[in-house]
Design a protein around this ligand. Structure first.
Ligand SMILES: *Cc1c(COP(=O)(O)O)cnc(C)c1O
Length: 423
């Protein structure tokens, strides 16, 4: 079969045991890693393209992509070469000095997007924090320090820091961490009247994901994004887009807001930007970022040489002619197959949604996403849960057509498993 010819040959379990420092790696998980995740009991030793190979030598088809991070799959030769070459030169100097890679990535992002200024950090939460700070500081230097509140939406996810948790407003994540950080006004997703009512003299910005990722692949209609842009312009507010999950081609455009034909003032980016290397960025117009002068913000690691070498390499690939058109084409393939599965399992799948290769299967109320994720894992297919009873499929953007077909057949098997157990 053509599909399997490019798949890495499994190493033997014995070989992996020999290279492991402790039997713990192959046995039950040791207790010393703080148990903040309900992890699947599998350890991956290596990857190639859309495939991961476990320490047991089992091959898994990866439609999780490290939660929308591995946009080019695993061990992409161009990314690996860029990282290795940089590793021999220089890793880190801090931001006390100019960093050539940052200047290059920022300049390229500037050419590809609305952005005129870019700040580099290490994660999505940090990018959102930086975006929030940029918006508040804008009004501060405009002589309106009272404008510091930010309107966000229910079901949003902006990260796990104290401030970004408050921005997201998910009560489950906030519980036990003291009073949520002040400064966020939450509006029900899609409620225009509530949005109008939430805007007041203290409002600095509206912050939104063009497609809610963790919230369950919920797409903000293009008309709504246009409406938000207009509203911000009318009221002198900044529009902050959180494209941490939707960016870097995930939806079939380099950034999801391009579908709506609008531009934000500030945008948070991370996940796909490093293709697996931790990196985040705050993108902004010169005007919106005019308060971010020397000393106002910083990050020790942000945009170091290794991160920038990989980000540059990711940009090389996603900006190749035809790359994004191909993402769109694959998304359509997925959608057609998944609608077929919905017809086949109408009592399990309630809705196929999302945009591009940020795909959500909203499940029937009787089926938990975790149940289907586990059944898929048993079929050696990786997927990710989400809010609103959704299971997400976040394939590498360079997944092949054969791999899509294989994924759909494994997913059908997983659904059959779940159907059997739910009666
Ligand atoms: C993942 C995510 C974040 C947080 O990113 P981290 O790198 O985990 O801090 C923020 N916003 C969105 C939309 C995300 O999907």
């Amino acid at each position: 079969m053509e599909m399997t010819s490019s798949v890495p040959q499994p190493r033997t379990a014995a070989a992996d045991t020999a290279s492991a420092t402790s039997n713990d790696i192959l046995g039950a998980a040791p207790a010393t890693v703080m148990p903040t995740y309900a992890r699947q009991d599998v350890v991956f030793a290596r990857g190639e393209g859309s495939w991961l190979v476990s320490t047991e030598g089992e091959r898994y088809l990866d439609l999780a992509s490290g939660v929308a991070v591995n946009v080019l799959g695993h061990a992409h030769p161009h990314l690996a070469a860029a990282l290795k070459a940089q590793a021999d030169l220089l890793w880190h100097t801090s931001n006390l000095y100019r960093v050539e890679g940052q200047e290059r990535v920022a300049e390229r992002l500037g050419r590809m997007t609305f952005a005129e200024r870019v700040f580099f950090c290490n994660s999505g939460a940090e990018a959102c924090e930086g975006a929030i700070k940029t918006a508040r500081r804008y009004h501060y230097v405009n002589g309106k320090p009272e404008r510091w509140r930010i309107v966000t939406f229910t079901g949003a996810f902006h990260g796990r820091t104290v401030t970004t948790l408050a921005a997201g407003g998910n009560p489950k994540y906030l519980e036990g961490f003291g009073p949520p950080a002040d400064g966020f006004d939450h509006v029900p997703f899609g409620d225009h009247a509530a949005l109008e009512a939430a805007i007041g003299p203290q409002t600095a910005a509206i912050m939104i994901e063009p497609v809610q990722g963790e919230g369950g692949a919920r797409v903000v209609p293009d008309q709504c994004l246009k409406g938000l842009r207009d509203l911000c312009d009318e009221r002198g507010l900044l529009l902050i887009l959180d494209e941490v999950q939707t960016g870097l081609g995930r939806t079939g455009r380099l950034f999801a807001h391009e579908w709506a034909g609008i531009e934000p003032d500030i945008m948070a980016v991370a996940k796909g930007l490093g293709g697996g290397f931790p990196v985040g960025a705050v993108l902004a117009t010169a005007e919106a970022s005019k308060g971010m002068t020397a000393g106002t913000h910083g990050s020790t690691f942000g945009g170091n040489m290794l991160a920038m070498a990989v980000a540059n390499a990711v940009l090389d690939v996603v900006s190749e002619p035809g790359f994004l058109t191909d993402v769109e084409r694959k998304a359509l393939r997925f959608k057609q197959s998944l609608e077929g599965l919905k017809d086949q399992f109408p009592d399990l799948i309630a809705e196929v949604r999302g945009r591009g290769l940020l795909i959500g299967l909203r499940l029937a109320p009787s089926v938990l996403p975790a149940t289907l994720v586990k059944a898929a894992l048993d079929e050696r297919l990786l997927a990710v849960g989400a809010g609103d009873n959704v299971m997400r499929l976040l394939p590498p953007l360079n997944i092949s057509d054969d791999e899509i077909a294989e994924a759909m057949s494994r997913l059908a098997q997983a659904l059959a498993r779940v159907k059997k157990t739910t009666g």
